[in-house]
Design a binder for this molecule. Structure first.
Ligand code: NAP
Length: 235
């Protein structure tokens, strides 16, 4: 049984991915800021802190063995007019969304290199296709994650490791509903459904299905790809 680590696995898309991979027969450990206390597979780590990641992964390895699959879903959004954005706010969003991915990949890489097999999927954002006003820090960070994905795919392919990104668009999670409530979506979720070609909101299971495929043996020839899952909102 292979071990998969999903960051941000306590909520939304990450939770959907963790559930799907468990169903597909992986040991799935989740890394979160606030993990559930009564879940043996939930570990505490702030992805911006390499020491916390190392401690959590030591515990994961002791319980379940080396890490074969990493899905980076932990993320932090932010809304601020660029002229009003402080450098501290810019840095925090870059830190969680980009540097967090740097830290987790570096931490699991030795396991994958040693095994000669690995799968990394980075959850970026459809805003990297479209841009998004008032989210310059977030779009910059997620676009960098797409770039990191492409560069690492070339570097790690010879080691048997694939690296892909899934940029979700408009997925029904606590993050989306929080933004609907704060009137940051430019309309309700229902309004957006009418503008979405497939006429529905996406679900964490939609993203999980894409991840499950990219992680599968069948996808071993797919790497460095930005695999959009967005109901046709971005083509
Ligand atoms: P969510 O429900 O807010 O889940 C995000 C998870 O990440 C939460 O469990 C959160 O923990 C965790 N997290 C945040 N900062 C962390 C940190 N520093 N260290 C460890 N864990 C941290 O959001 P979601 O909608 O599922 O988003 C998942 C990913 O998809 C994110 O990367 C997001 O940017 C991306 N995305 C989502 C959408 C969408 O439509 N929903 C669209 C584009 C991209 P806490 O709750 O404890 O903070």
């Amino acid at each position: 049984m292979k071990t998969a680590v999903v960051t941000g696995g306590a909520s939304g898309i990450g939770l959907g991915i963790a559930e799907r991979l468990r169903g597909d027969g992986f040991h799935v450990a989740t890394l979160d800021l606030n993990p559930s206390a009564d879940d043996d597979y939930a570990f505490q780590a702030d992805v911006t802190d390499p020491e916390q990641i190392a401690a959590a992964l030591d515990a994961v390895r002791t319980k379940f063995g080396p890490v074969a699959v990493l899905v980076n879903s932990a993320g932090l959004d932010g809304f601020k007019r660029f002229g009003k954005l402080s450098f501290a706010e810019w840095q925090r969003v870059i830190d969680v969304n980009l540097h967090g991915v740097f830290h987790t990949i570096q931490a699991v890489l030795p396991d994958m290199v040693e095994a000669g097999w690995g799968r990394i999927v980075n959850i970026s954002s459809s805003s990297t296709h479209s841009g998004q006003p008032f989210m310059a820090h977030y779009v910059a960070a997620k676009s960098a994650v797409n770039g990191l994905t492409k560069a690492l795919a070339l570097e790690l392919g010879p080691s048997g490791i694939t690296v892909n990104a899934v940029p979700p668009g408009f997925i029904d999670t606590p993050m989306l509903r929080k933004n609907e409530q704060a009137q940051r979506l430019g309309g309700t979720v229902e309004d957006h459904i009418q503008r979405t070609p497939v006429r529905r909101v996406g679900t964490p299971a939609d993203i999980a299905a894409a991840c499950a495929f990219l992680i599968s043996e069948e996808a071993s020839y797919i790497t460095g790809q930005i695999f959009g899952v967005n109901g046709g909102r971005n083509t």
